[in-house]
Design a protein around this ligand. Structure first.
Ligand SMILES: [Cu+2]
Length: 535
């Protein structure tokens, strides 16, 4: 742990937040009980009559239901992205990456034009260890400008891969940096000005795994693709000919691009064979706009062990897991009983969908073309097979995350998300690459208070840092949100406070980004820029 982090001690989050929680009087009212019942029902926690219609609550939709009927999807074994650990050359870990075009068979006998990184669709899972000096030779063969952003990585802004680090068609970009953070499951993807949504949609996304001494010392499933399985979850809409259908309506632009077909690691209608023991999944929501509320059709519990930026202190038992675009979670699931089950997406009332969603659908005239937010969607079928080794135990302790100290907070900044006249904005401003919105002093600890006054959920991603969530509407976040985060959900009418330290990297001219990770919102201007300066 670096000295800056070590100096951070407990106090702020616990002391100030418990006071706010006690101050709230909403708990006893019958109205809040009704809302709680509704919430419980959506999470599958109650014995309400809504349950029992399908095994997990509502009637599940088939694994994928394209709107057109002449495309078929037979069950396919889950693809596992190749793992790329680079080559060690002169003490550096060197990765050669091509951004390239390809063709992928999502539907039986039909090829879809896609893009990928050293692959037809998506990219290899890149892997490096804390302390490694990594170097990339990235050649852009897409025939159009692009960038490579290392989402979640604590690195200088000049190698961050945001919109200021364009790679022209045919050009090669060679960023180099040190892996300077704890073990985590990160994300790399296009961050091209105005084009991020479209390029990610076509396939430009991958996973980046960081290892460290703690991750290698913990007795966790870690055999990549066997008991440590990456799940890159996306939803897509297709045209009659099997090609991708990107934004085609006002609704797609306003609500973000959602599809009716689920892809996991680029596999449609997927199943995976899992050994009858504890299995670890590294889940990345690489969808453009869809928020998932994940759970199993037999309502089994599972344990979240890591959030965006590293391990939680202890495994957190859940039966639903919400993930907005850009967020990651590592979970452990027990398969010792040998029962088949399905990972599914459940309706998520807290995202401002459901009834309100219905009125918005009328408003934007989208019709029932894409899967509704009120439907249960199948994500992945799990098929237990004989175990080849004994199960790993469920760990008890995973991490020792330092808490921020109130005395260390130098500044509080406030942000609000908004939309007017079809433009998305933060603090009333749409993204302008020539405008610096915030200037942060190197080494400082800040609270950012982010308000979502809208009726729809957004999220908020900050480059450069891993932060901690202090509160949601004044209340301490759930246990599984008490670890390192770089992307946070902003529920409708919610104010979220986060705290972070801006260490190590400063630059007087090249900014980092903060933005909504609903990619259509980002592309329409819901993004800002901040400098970290030395002085
Ligand atoms: Cu948004």
């Amino acid at each position: 742990m670096d000295p800056l982090r070590r100096r951070i001690v407990q106090a702020l989050s616990l002391a100030s937040l418990s006071a706010m929680t006690i101050g709230s009087s909403a708990l006893a009212s019958p109205w809040s009980d009704r809302r709680k019942n509704m919430r419980d029902r959506m999470r599958g926690n109650s014995r309400s009559p809504m349950r029992g219609r399908g095994r997990g609550g509502n009637r599940p939709m088939p694994a994928a239901t394209p709107t057109n009927t002449n495309l078929t999807l037979s069950p396919k074994q889950l693809k596992i992205p190749q793992q790329d650990t680079g080559q060690l050359i002169d003490g550096k870990r060197v990765f050669n990456l091509n951004l390239q075009k390809g063709k992928t068979e999502f539907f039986d006998g039909v090829l879809t034009n896609t893009i990928g990184i050293n692959s037809d669709y998506l990219g290899s899972t890149l892997r490096a260890s804390r302390g490694d000096q990594v170097q990339f030779n990235i050649t852009n063969k897409l025939g159009e400008v692009s960038t490579v952003h290392w989402h979640g990585m604590h690195i200088p802004p000049t190698v961050d891969g945001g919109p200021h680090q364009n790679i022209k068609a045919g050009a090669t970009w060679q960023p180099e940096f040190e892996i300077n953070q704890e073990a985590a499951t990160l994300f790399y993807h296009s961050h091209t000005m105005d084009k991020t949504g479209e390029q990610v949609y076509r396939g430009y996304a991958g996973m980046f795994i960081i290892d460290d001494e703690i991750s290698s010392r913990l007795d966790l499933p870690s055999d990549y693709g066997v008991d440590d399985i990456p799940l890159i979850i996306q939803d897509r809409k297709f045209k009659e000919d099997g090609s991708f259908q990107y934004v085609s309506s006002m609704r797609d632009r306003m609500m973000g691009m959602k599809g009716d077909t689920i892809l996991v690691n680029g596999t449609t209608n997927p199943y995976v064979n899992v050994e009858r023991r504890l299995i670890r999944f590294r889940i990345l929501n690489a969808s453009n706009a869809r928020f998932y509320n994940l759970g199993f059709d037999d309502n089994r519990n599972f344990y979240q062990i890591a959030s965006d930026g590293g391990f939680l202190n202890k495994p957190v038992r859940l039966n639903r897991l919400r993930l907005s675009p850009g967020e990651r979670a590592e979970i452990l699931v027990a398969f010792q009983n040998g029962n088949e089950c399905k990972l599914q997406n459940y309706p998520d009332q807290s995202a401002g969908m459901g009834r309100r969603g219905a009125s918005r659908r009328r408003m934007f005239g989208g019709g029932r073309s894409a899967m509704q937010d009120t439907d249960v969607m199948d994500i992945l079928n799990m098929k237990p097979v004989a175990a080849t080794i004994a199960s790993h135990p469920l760990p008890s302790l995973l991490n020792n995350i330092p808490q921020f100290n109130e005395a260390d907070v130098q500044k509080t900044r406030r942000f609000f998300m908004s939309m007017s006249r079809g433009r998305f904005a933060i603090n009333g401003k749409t993204m302008d690459m020539k405008r610096i919105d915030e200037v942060v002093k190197l080494g400082s600890t800040e609270i950012w208070e982010i308000r979502n006054p809208m009726m729809m959920a957004h999220n908020f991603h900050v480059h450069d840092v891993q932060f901690q969530i202090l509160s949601r509407n004044g209340r301490r976040p759930a246990q599984n949100e008490q670890g390192w985060k770089d992307t946070v959900i902003l529920n409708p009418r919610e104010t979220v406070k986060i705290v972070m330290n801006f260490a190590d990297y400063a630059d007087d001219t090249v900014p980092y980004m903060y933005h909504c990770h609903i990619l259509e919102h980002e592309d329409q201007g819901m993004m800002g820029q901040f400098l970290v300066v030395n002085s």
